[in-house]
Design a protein around this ligand. Structure first.
Ligand code: FAD
Ligand code: NAD
Length: 463
């Protein structure tokens, strides 16, 4: 058994782990980066990037089919070449992965260890079968994995998760998507636009990350005009039959039908990768999901020399959060026992559906009862949105009743990814609605819709 003595061990070479490695190295520590799976990060290999590539192809197909209202006709057939679609998705994805792999190759060989790590005690890790790492501090940056309900396992290779979609050679004919969350909406809508027969089934009525009931209801209706979506589905049976899955469910109109699919895509949420880490050997206190209790500001687990960053800690499983948290955890691991709060930006989330969904700042569900006003705008009559025939959407902005401070927003609407940034910057700068209305708004732009919502909030604050 080989033993390695080191200052900081980082478990996981994803976005959070790479940032932690760099921060601890920059602080002058001897660091080892341990990776059990392939290099390249979840975001580049099976997450953000390939999903956006698939969505881009779907948008191209959708736009081509919707030119007629502008007086522009496409004459002849629109052909979606599934092989060519998936070939571009994989080729461009591999390019993004290549950049990450190149940067990992730039890390000195003695700083890298291949194999899955497991705690023997707080500062000792077993890596694979042959190596023991003694580290005075450890950063857990092990990411997350799809949480697949156990009964789905009976479907064998007809059950897929997001990773599988991006290794397809061509598009399948029929896919049942379980989970209208962020992944289910993005992939379900993209596949539907690419000509795949798609049914999206949910439980409990949720649509994406929305917690504001009015926006959620609007989103549900907007998507239902485009593809089959039942956020409160009654699925009675799901059985593997040869190379197909037969699903018996009550349709939106109540009729019970049996429909056959080539694949069932489980987009039913993700769970932190903490199960195989041997955390029971650390003495750390764990929550109900097995994640160590930690300080969200410093990412330190109790008073221990262990820190946890990225999807593994399950605060905000997003790419930029993983990068920020990795940096905080790496820097604090290096300076331990002196630790300090890392940068926490205003929260921002975007679903790359069409229309897009966005959330900024405090979610509706977390607002203090009675302490806020809601400013509203519908994008249906919004000038620029209508010019572009993208006039679908509803936005709510929330402002603190006593101070007029902008608290947050939830909405579905055109180009939400851009407005989300404007709003997140305003939130981080702690602006009031009045200060936001003093900012410039060009004409004619979709942001004028945001101004209408802010004016509505201002009127309610004044009232
Ligand atoms: C389909 C999909 C689309 C997404 N789209 C977006 C998006 O558009 N925008 C956005 O902001 N976010 C998006 N995300 C979320 C984003 O990808 C994640 O938040 C981010 O990649 C998490 O980074 P991480 O470093 O925590 O984990 P990862 O990148 O998963 O890194 C964890 C690493 O740890 C390794 N590991 C695990 N256990 C061990 C062990 N015991 N020993 C050694 N190594 C181990 C794993 O192999 C892995 O390489 C998406 C996610 C998915 C699945
Ligand atoms: N654009 C982006 O930024 C982006 C894109 C994809 C993923 N992500 C990240 O990945 C995380 C995970 O995404 P996700 O979509 O897997 O999780 P999610 O929590 O957003 O959605 C899971 C959905 O599955 C439903 N569900 C659970 N069990 C079910 C069952 N048995 N049958 C039917 N539906 C069921 C839930 O009610 C929920 O609607 C997101 O929270 C986000 O942080 C971000």
């Amino acid at each position: 058994m080989k033993q390695m003595n080191i200052d900081v061990a980082v478990i996981g070479a994803g976005t959070a782990g790479l940032a932690a490695y760099r921060a601890a190295r920059a602080a002058g520590k001897r660091v080892v980066l341990i990776e059990g799976g392939p290099y390249g990060t979840t975001c580049a290999r099976v997450g953000c990037m390939p999903s956006k590539l698939l969505i881009a192809a779907a948008e191209a197909a959708h736009e081509l089919r919707h030119t007629a209202p502008f007086g522009v006709r496409v004459e002849g057939e629109i052909v979606i070449d599934g092989r060519a679609v998936m070939e571009r998705v994989r080729r461009e994805r591999d390019r993004f992965v290549g950049f990450v792999v190149n940067s990992v190759e730039g890390i000195p060989a003695e700083d890298k260890l291949r194999g899955y790590a497991r705690f023997i005690d707080n500062t000792t890790l077993q890596v694979g079968d042959d190596v023991v790492v003694k580290a005075s501090r450890v950063v857990i940056a092990t990411g997350s994995s799809p949480a697949v309900p156990p009964p789905f396992r009976a479907l064998g290779d007809r059950l897929i998760v997001n990773d599988d979609v991006f290794s397809w050679d061509t598009l399948p004919r029929r896919v049942a998507v379980f989970g209208p969350g962020v992944i289910g909406l993005e992939l379900g809508q993209a596949l539907a636009r690419l000509g795949v027969i798609v049914r999206v089934f949910g439980v409990g009525g949720g649509v994406g990350p929305l917690s504001d009931p009015a926006i959620r209801d609007y989103a549900r209706a907007a998507f239902q005009q485009q593809f089959y979506l039942d956020p409160e589905a009654r699925v009675e049976d799901m059985t593997r039959d040869g190379d197909e899955v037969a699903i018996r469910y009550a349709r939106l109109d109540g009729e019970v039908v049996t429909v056959r699919f080539d694949y069932v895509l489980a987009a039913t949420g993700r769970k932190p990768n903490v199960g195989g880490l041997g955390l029971e050997n650390t003495g750390l206190k764990l929550d109900a999901r097995g994640v160590p209790l930690f300080d969200p500001a410093t990412l330190q687990c109790g008073a221990s020399p262990i820190f946890i960053a990225g999807d593994a800690n399950n605060i905000l499983p997003l790419l930029h959060e993983a990068a920020d948290e990795g940096k905080t955890a790496g820097a604090n691991a290096a300076s331990y026992p002196d630790v300090s709060a890392g940068l926490r930006r205003a929260s921002i989330g975007v679903v790359f559906s069409d229309p897009q969904i966005a959330t900024v700042g405090t979610r509706f569900a977390d607002l203090p009862a009675g302490g806020f006003v809601v400013g509203e705008v519908s994008f249906e009559d919004q000038g620029r949105s209508r010019v572009m025939l993208k006039n679908k959407g509803l936005m709510h902005v929330y402002a603190e009743r006593d101070t007029g401070r902008f608290l947050g927003a939830e909405w579905i609407g055109p180009r939400a990814e851009h407005i989300a940034h404007t709003l997140a910057w305003a939130r981080q700068m702690d602006l009031t609605v009045a200060q936001m209305l003093d900012m410039p708004f060009y004409h004619p732009v979709i942001e004028e819709g945001l101004r209408t919502a802010l004016r509505d909030a201002a009127a309610k604050l004044a009232g």
